[in-house]
Design a protein around this ligand. Structure first.
Ligand code: FMN
Length: 154
């Protein structure tokens, strides 16, 4: 069945660039309100931030993800938003998090250096959505285990 349905579960990934570097306070505010709203709207996912770039995965019903993206797309805190992939999913990868978060600006050492150096808006990465998704899942695995000062708890 390929028929689209507003209640099917989907996962969407996008890149964007922060309008200006976000302070810790600004990130806290963004996360606090996003988590509150995502809980109300049945959205789960993960937001990665690296040196002014965002990479976010959003999971929920087709209609709730579309609705949220309409808001996120108008948000002046970032620009150059580029959708990487929308895929139907059987189950959520981030069911435990209303929006997991990592600031990965400092973690170029851990095997992600090529990814980070290329930057999130690099054309090659947009073509390689599978690779990006695998990286996101790797960050998820790290997030689950991490005792990391860059984490802001959900
Ligand atoms: C990088 C980035 C990620 C965001 N992620 C979310 C999110 O996951 N959930 C959310 O509700 N708002 C998120 N926002 C905020 C939305 O753009 C918007 O401010 C919010 O949804 C407004 O909701 P309201 O119209 O219900 O007040 C994000 C904003 C930015 C810049």
């Amino acid at each position: 069945m390929t028929t689209s349905s507003p209640s099917r579960l989907v996962s969407l990934v996008y890149f964007s660039r922060a309008a200006s570097p976000l302070s810790a306070n600004a990130l806290h505010d963004l996360l606090r309100t996003s988590r509150e709203k995502n809980t109300q709207r049945g959205i789960t996912g993960m937001l990665l931030y690296s040196n002014g770039n965002f990479l976010q995965v959003i999971e929920g019903t087709d209609s709730s993800v579309t609705e949220l993206m309409a808001k996120v797309g108008k948000d002046l805190r970032h620009h150059s938003l580029s959708r990487l992939a929308v895929r139907p999913i059987e189950k959520r990868e981030f069911s435990d998090w209303s929006m997991a978060f990592r600031d990965i600006s400092q973690c170029a050492e851990g095997g992600f250096s090529a990814f980070l150096k290329a930057g999130f808006n690099d054309d090659e990465f947009q073509k390689k959505s599978e690779l990006v998704y695998r990286l996101i899942l790797q960050f998820k695995a790290d997030y689950s285990e991490a005792q990391d000062p860059t984490l802001i708890a959900a």
